[in-house]
Design a protein around this ligand. Structure first.
Ligand SMILES: [Ca+2]
Ligand SMILES: [Ca+2]
Length: 576
């Protein structure tokens, strides 16, 4: 959504904190409008960038986030050994996130003729729509994508200050709601066609829903003014009751509000056969609402994959109540931060290894396989932005390792459109239009593209290989996770073993600039390996399956796995 919390990046949520008078709702509304006007003046129209506020420290864990973590999933190893006949969500090879308005304009007739359509303006609609997504389905298939997450589709409020709801997070809801789909995206008929088309291609589609707030001045704020928090609470005091970026904040603790949101969500997933839901800004909604109301309600409609967005890289404590509420998982921002440190800022792989291990330890391997890891999204700078100023070859080398990590650790890899081409930039460049050359294999190759690091053709090829590899190797999708080696101050090498059934792989990432030769790691005494894992490894012969780096070798000698790796390389060795 827009103008949100930016804790990992040192920015506040963009909403100036102003106390409303303790008086009637009408006064509060009036106050909110003035607050909104102030937000607009400082450039924060719910469009998260374009404003500067003093850095704030990482947020404290949610009040109810300090519970002891759940026990590791004891059954995880067993359920992984018998893959069900139908693919589960953990089998997803790549979840591709599209800001629909910025991807492809398939129908100029729906662009609109008012001021909200302005392809030159970063806060307005650029014309992308459902028809454009369908027109570019071949691109997604060429890449190997089997799931797409699209930004919210609900009809949006009109122009607010300089901006319009091109991103979809300003829904114009009402009671009763008309269920309208944003006409600039093509409306309900085009959404139906998109779902049917993508399902026919074997591509799942994930909706993006918001129950925390409605758009500025949405009809619901007039028809049901008592359904909103009064805007007096700061996000530091209570993230669940504050008005994020000045947006009208729904009071889920009130029965009529909860019932409305339940019915609205159920109607939506009943009407449109999405395969999953990405829930916006879960930190700002009580976990109890999701646990007791929303998740049982939408799951009663269909078996949906439910992933929450909690934009907080400080650690996993805040995740606990939302995982326990029943989300399949959350986007892994703590891992995202560790990957930036290791692959964009020259840090150690220790931090990455620690985050991966911690998620498995705290939530269990089965849950780890159903969460989603990312390089970036529409709310943060592009991954490559963090390495700006370093030599291009270094940036490319680190980015390639980040991609290799994204597709080999437990969890569903999420790509944000353009990740596969090496896009860089921060807002508004992190929401740039997908350029026409991207869709043309002939035009894709070559260095020197504006806003791109490295050769987009080569980055695309690596991403495609990694997606294909994940699709081909059950161990990467359904396997357990056992760490074999981490740097701990030595060579920057991280090695892990993933295994399910007859599929066993050793993944090795080397971030250092010196080749490593004959690095031994014990297998027989590794407590993280099961008996069958050890049996698979001892005496194993390896075949390198990725083929993106050269000069690496793995062998088993005297009960130890021994690897050779050139600088900054990644290998996926399959046990034959
Ligand atoms: Ca259009
Ligand atoms: Ca809230």
């Amino acid at each position: 959504m827009g103008c949100r919390e930016r804790e990992p990046y040192g920015r506040a949520d963009g909403r100036p904190h102003v106390r409303s008078p303790r008086s009637a709702w009408r006064l509060a509304v009036s106050r909110r409008l003035r607050l909104l006007a102030l937000a607009i003046v400082i450039g924060c129209t719910g469009d998260e960038a374009g404003f500067e506020l003093p850095p704030v420290p990482p947020s404290a864990p949610a009040e109810d986030g300090g519970d002891p973590p759940p026990e590791p999933d004891e059954d995880a190893g067993e359920d992984a050994t018998t893959p069900p006949s139908t693919p589960g969500w953990e089998d997803t090879a790549a979840l591709y996130f599209v800001l629909t308005d910025r991807f492809a304009n398939g129908d100029p007739a729906n662009d609109g003729e008012d001021e909200c359509f302005d392809p030159a303006h970063p806060r307005r609609y650029h014309g992308g729509d459902f028809a454009g997504l369908r027109a570019r389905a071949g691109y997604l298939e060429e890449l190997g994508v089997d799931a797409v997450w699209i930004t919210p589709v609900q009809r949006q409020v009109g122009r607010i200050g300089e901006g319009c709801g091109y991103h979809g997070y300003w829904a114009d809801l009402d009671d009763p709601d008309d269920g309208a789909i944003e006409p600039r995206l093509g409306g309900a008929a085009a959404l139906d066609a998109l779902l049917e088309d993508f399902h026919g291609r074997g591509i799942r589609v994930v909706a993006d829903l918001v129950v925390n707030h409605v758009g500025y001045g949405a009809r619901l704020t007039r028809t049901r003014p008592g359904w909103f928090h009064d805007g007096r609470t700061s996000c530091q005091d209570d993230p669940r009751r504050c008005s994020l970026a000045g947006l009208p904040d729904l009071a889920q603790e009130r029965e009529e509000v909860a019932a409305y949101l339940d019915a609205y969500s159920a109607r939506f997933v009943r009407r449109f056969p999405f395969d999953g839901v990405r829930m916006d800004t879960v930190k700002h909604v009580p976990a109890s609402y999701f646990a007791e109301r929303w998740i049982p309600t939408v799951r009663a409609e269909r078996d949906l994959w439910l992933v929450g967005e909690l934009l907080d890289g400080s650690g996993y404590d805040p995740f606990v109540p939302y995982v326990e509420a029943g989300f399949d998982g959350l986007f892994d921002f703590p891992l995202h931060g560790a990957m930036l440190d290791a692959f964009a800022r020259g840090g150690s792989l220790n931090g990455v290894a620690s985050r991966v291990q911690e998620y498995v330890d705290r939530f269990g391997i089965a849950a780890a396989r159903r969460k989603s890891q990312l390089l970036d999204n529409h709310d943060v700078p592009r991954f490559l932005q963090a390495s700006e100023g370093r030599p291009e070859a270094e940036r490319v080398a680190g980015y390639r390792l980040a991609l290799a990590t994204l597709f080999t650790v437990p969890g569903i890899p999420q790509l944000y459109y353009g990740d596969e081409l090496g896009f860089t930039g921060e807002w508004p460049e992190n929401r740039r239009d997908m350029p026409a050359w991207a869709f043309d294999p002939e035009a894709r190759g070559g260095a020197g593209r504006e806003g791109v690091v490295g050769d987009p053709g080569e980055t695309f090829a690596l991403t495609r290989e990694l997606i294909a590899l994940r699709r081909a190797l059950p161990a990467l999708r359904r396997g357990g996770y056992a760490e074999l080696w981490r740097p701990n101050g030595g060579a920057d090498v991280w090695v892990f073993f993933r295994s399910v059934g007859e599929s066993h792989v050793v993944v090795a990432i080397h971030g250092g600039e010196e080749a490593v030769s004959g690095l031994p790691m014990p297998v027989a005494t590794n407590p993280g390996l099961s008996e069958s894992d050890r049996a698979a490894l001892e005496g194993a012969r390896f075949r390198e399956a990725l083929g993106a780096w050269e000069g690496g070798e793995a062998r088993v000698e005297g009960g130890e796995l021994v690897v050779d790796m050139p600088p900054q390389s990644a290998f996926v060795w399959v046990v034959e």
